[in-house]
Design a protein around this ligand. Sequence first.
Ligand code: B4P
Length: 190
Amino acid sequence: MQNVIIFGPPGSGKGTQSEKIIEKFGFAHISTGDILRAEIKSGTPLGVTAAKFIDNGQLVPDDLIIDMLENKLNTLNNMPGVIFDGFPRTVEQAKALKEMLEKRGEKISVMINLEVAKPELIDRLLKRGQISGRSDDKLETIEKRIKVYESQTTPVIDFYKNEGSYHGVKGVGSIDEIFSSISESIESCV
Ligand code: B4P
């Protein structure tokens, strides 16, 4: 059982590369962003709360995200692996994930950090905004999300460096080139 985290700033290609990982490795996909957007669309109490944070470029509070993640993880059985896309985004979430996996006798196999510089992130998200209709893909919100990433999410990098599971991958270039580095990194930790 492989547990892979796909990590990186907003617009670094986590969702894009996750699709390719699922296709090749048959892993289950847990994207906290996708789950939250589905909750918002259905108008659930969680969705109503989450929308206030997402529309403002902020992270949804840890307690809500951790409960949501644990519920999702408990629905998965007999998978060759799981890809955690967009989670953890804080050290608190990383610690909670470690505990959840330990209870199942598992651990993180590799944390893959997609390295992309800020101007490229802004460019990609503005382009996505033209077609996605996502409330958070506007310049003001994108800049806020990047700031939030720098202050609240980057400490997660040191957490996984200390755990010995960190792997940095250059997230610029063609989608296939990037995927080939990611594949090597997943295959090397089987
Ligand atoms: P997410 O849904 O996780 O979204 P993201 O970080 O914006 O995007 P991602 O990195 O997946 O980019 P993509 O592949 O689409 O989060 C949204 C919000 O939900 C967060 O801001 C937060 O508020 C909340 N949230 C989610 N998880 C949370 C958590 N754990 N805790 C608290 N809050 C949470 O790529 C972007 C664009 O680039 C696409 O248009 C793509 O086509 C393009 N692209 C991809 N790869 C490319 C390449 N190699 N070259 C050129 N373009 C590329």
